[in-house]
Design a protein around this ligand. Structure first.
Ligand SMILES: Cc1cc2nc3c(=O)[nH]c(=O)nc-3n(C[C@H](O)[C@H](O)[C@H](O)COP(=O)(O)OP(=O)(O)OC[C@H]3O[C@@H](n4cnc5c(N)ncnc54)[C@H](O)[C@@H]3O)c2cc1C
Length: 404
């Protein structure tokens, strides 16, 4: 049969479960959801974000993953899935597939060789479960007749009508549109009457309206960055546009437009006694020279435009040194914005967890409709936590479907 648009329309095909999105969460779900699974993606290859993650080595989980590493309007929601499919379960799977890994820092686990090994592992698990994978497939109209979903899929120039008892939405967030992020999950949620917490970019570099940090581009230093009521101790990195580095990316998920961030540049040590000591031993040295032994010289240069750093260290009273230390430990900045979805590693917000079962990830109002991974209002910190959420939520939905 030929449609008015000229596409051949195939007879309806029946599946137990259709999963939209062959990313981290979708593939994990497909491997556990039992027979009759079709998983589709509009990309040419599955798991594209896995492939580029962790600089090509995929920071696939974190040894210390626990619910407190996640941001959500309901901080309890993630507990069930994370508690039933843990980082240790995923590490076991990685070990079964003979993938070599190492801890880089702060419990972050990376592949020794390539992120592609994680994708190959998930594909092998999907194959073992008998799931079918259709790539370069676009999602058209979706409807539900009370017991089954009907979905129009465009593939190889044809429209194929699919019916499925379960529809799992695993199409991620809005981050990095160049890699195929579309926000389709939020549209599907809205279509079926599920509320969506307004999505916003997370783990994203912050920008400043003037180009004040341009001369500092490339400078990195350890710091404690505060945003909202949370702080992170890691490196900060100055960029042409503003600030990045792990501590800033982490803090960006807690920062809201118009708010300030506070940076403690001397969190790692007690600068005051060190400067008092150097006042005795290096009295003739310029204050900027002495400070450059504790902070990057280009940063000291920049700070000298904000606070008087004139004279030798011997000329500085205790009160002046204390004021300097106060300034350095409470450096307050107002970002003009973030780099947005173009470079954000994740999308905060998403399908409201109030509308989902935390045990199965199934909608409380539409039977058979599941949301997993990044499109749900659960977002992890930097460091392997987002993949762990994808594995745990994908597993939780898969288990529930297989058991139903
Ligand atoms: C550069 C970068 C590096 C990262 N590094 C790490 C890391 O090292 N560790 C970590 O824990 N997290 C990392 N993350 C975050 C992590 O990649 C995501 O949190 C995770 O991939 C979310 O899994 P998901 O399955 O929900 O979504 P995704 O993995 O994004 O998968 C969604 C899938 O849905 C498909 N899709 C989207 N829209 C449609 C549509 N309309 N029709 C059909 N298919 C569609 C996409 O093509 C994609 O394959 C990184 C993110 C980025 C951008």
């Amino acid at each position: 049969m030929i449609s008015p648009a000229g596409y051949a329309i195939w007879a309806s095909m029946e599946f137990e479960t259709l999963i939209i999105g062959a990313g981290a969460a979708g593939m994990m779900c497909a491997a556990h959801a039992g027979p009759g699974v079709l998983i589709i993606d509009h990309a040419k290859a599955p798991g594209e974000k896995i492939r580029i993650s962790g600089g090509g080595r995929c920071n696939f989980t974190n040894l210390h993953a626990s619910p407190q590493n996640f941001i959500s309007q309901n901080k309890h929601f993630c507990k069930s899935a994370l508690g039933r499919y843990t980082q240790w379960d995923f590490i076991d799977l990685v070990d079964q597939h003979g993938i070599a890994w190492h801890e880089k820092t702060l419990g972050q686990l990376f592949c020794d060789h390539s992120a592609k090994e994680i994708i190959a592992m998930l594909r092998a698990e999907m194959d073992k479960a008998g799931a079918q994978l259709w790539l370069q497939t676009e999602v058209g109209e979706i409807s539900h007749n009370g017991s089954r979903f009907s979905i129009a899929l465009q593939r190889e120039g044809q429209t194929r009508q699919i019916t499925a008892g379960n529809l799992v939405v695993a199409c991620g967030g809005k981050s990095i549109p160049k890699m195929g992020a579309t926000g389709l999950g939020y549209q599907i949620a809205t279509q079926f009457g599920l509320p969506v917490i307004t999505p916003r970019p997370g783990l994203v570099p912050l920008m400043f309206s003037d180009e004040k940090f341009k001369p500092l581009a490339g400078v990195a230093t350890p710091a404690r960055v505060h945003a909202g009521d949370t702080s992170f101790d890691e490196a900060i990195l100055f960029t042409h546009r503003g600030l990045s580095g792990p501590a800033v990316l982490q803090a960006s998920s807690y920062w809201r437009e118009g708010e300030t961030i506070k940076i403690n540049l001397i969190a790692g040590g007690d600068l005051m006694p060190a400067l008092q000591g150097q006042r005795q031993t290096d009295g003739r040295k310029a204050l900027t020279t002495v400070l450059s032994q504790h902070l990057p010289a280009r940063l000291v240069d920049h700070l000298s435009q904000e606070i008087a750093l004139t004279g030798n260290i011997a000329d500085q009273s205790d009160a002046t040194l204390a004021a300097l230390c106060d300034h350095l430990s409470d450096w307050t900045l107002t970002p003009a914005g973030s780099e947005g979805y173009r470079t954000a590693e994740v999308t905060l917000g998403g399908v409201d967890t109030d509308a989902l079962s935390s045990k199965t990830m199934q909608s409380k109002t539409v039977p058979g409709l599941y949301f997993i991974g990044e499109c749900v209002d659960v977002t992890g910190w930097l460091g392997g936590y987002n993949f762990q959420w994808a594995w745990s939520s994908g597993w939780a939905a898969g288990q529930a479907i297989a058991a139903s």
